[in-house]
Design a binder for this molecule. Structure first.
Ligand code: AMP
Length: 282
């Protein structure tokens, strides 16, 4: 695996491969890698000739009171995992390389970018869209891999790719979970053992909702009320949102008959966790 730190090195490394007609798959990450990230890498490995992973803890997507400085950074362990997955190129720039001093250009995905996590974390998706647009320009992938775990991010980036004519295919991969149902996340490292147990209420509420849909309850308000009751029974978890929305627009739906994204965000201690499930059209 070639580890590159600068934009120029990355372009040079990929130019030769592209000129041979090899396809490039990009997996953007913030590191602290787990099996969820590796599932994206494997999908890219299966579908593309060349796999590029980026590791960059992007300051512009963190709010002023969020966890940018304490976000887990495990670079050496990450490199070992990526070597095992036969990644070709790891792009791991510093902040000064990604954001030249005096940078004032940002990508804003209006409306969708202000919904769900965009509403709870103002400016978050502006930071995400900006850094991902930059990665797309730097790497020039044929396919880019993202986790359905961050469903709002997928919706925002799909819209950006469409609106700005990025010549690539967005691939969304299923959420990878721990055996007990907890969605894998780099932020799970923050959880104390008791938090870890409390955090299970998120996936429990989602799975219960899925079961109710399977049993024939389609009205969004009924499903939300029921799930909020489940969540409220766990006093150590502070709900941010539980919403049933259209997966493309992130707007609330009345019922799940045309398919829906059921998404939850909550604080467990000081750690904000998100999770979701997709409901297929009935
Ligand atoms: P992050 O490093 O948290 O920015 O995540 C990098 C990519 O991995 C994003 O596209 C995430 O959606 C994806 N990802 C994170 N956790 C999971 C998971 N549990 N299952 C599948 N993909 C994930």
């Amino acid at each position: 695996m070639q580890i590159v730190r600068t934009v120029a090195e990355t372009r040079a490394a990929l130019r030769a491969l592209r000129s041979k007609g090899l396809t490039i798959g990009l997996v953007p990450t913030m590191g602290a890698l787990h099996a969820g990230h590796l599932s994206l890498v494997r999908a890219a490995r299966e579908q593309c000739d060349t796999v590029v992973v980026s590791i960059f803890v992007n300051p512009t997507q963190f709010g002023p009171k969020e966890d940018f400085s304490k976000y887990p950074r495990t670079f050496d362990a990450d490199c070992e995992l990526l070597e095992e997955e036969k990644v070709d190129v790891l792009f791991a720039p510093g902040v000064d390389e990604m954001y030249l001093s005096g940078s004032t250009t940002f990508v804003t995905v209006d409306e969708i970018g202000d919904r769900l996590d965009g509403a709870s974390r103002p400016g978050h998706f502006r930071g995400v869209a900006t850094v991902v647009a930059k990665l797309f320009h730097i790497v020039g992938p044929d396919k880019a891999y993202f986790g359905q775990k961050d469903a709002a991010q997928v919706a925002v980036l799909r819209r950006m790719v469409r609106d700005l004519n990025f010549p690539l295919e967005m691939v969304a991969c299923p959420t990878v979970r721990e055996p007990d149902g907890l969605a894998m996340s780099s932020r799970n490292r923050y959880l104390l053992p008791e938090d870890r147990t409390h955090a299970l209420v998120l996936s429990r509420a989602l799975f219960r909702t899925e079961e109710r849909v399977a049993d024939g309850t389609f009205a969004a308000q009924t499903l939300v009320d029921d799930a909020v009751t489940v969540l409220a029974a766990e006093p150590h978890v502070r709900l941010d949102y539980f919403r049933i929305v259209d997966p493309d627009t992130l707007l609330d739906v009345e019922d799940v008959c045309n398919g829906a994204l059921i998404a939850v965000a909550a604080f467990v201690g000081s750690t904000r966790l998100i999770d979701n499930i997709l409901i297929a059209p009935r």
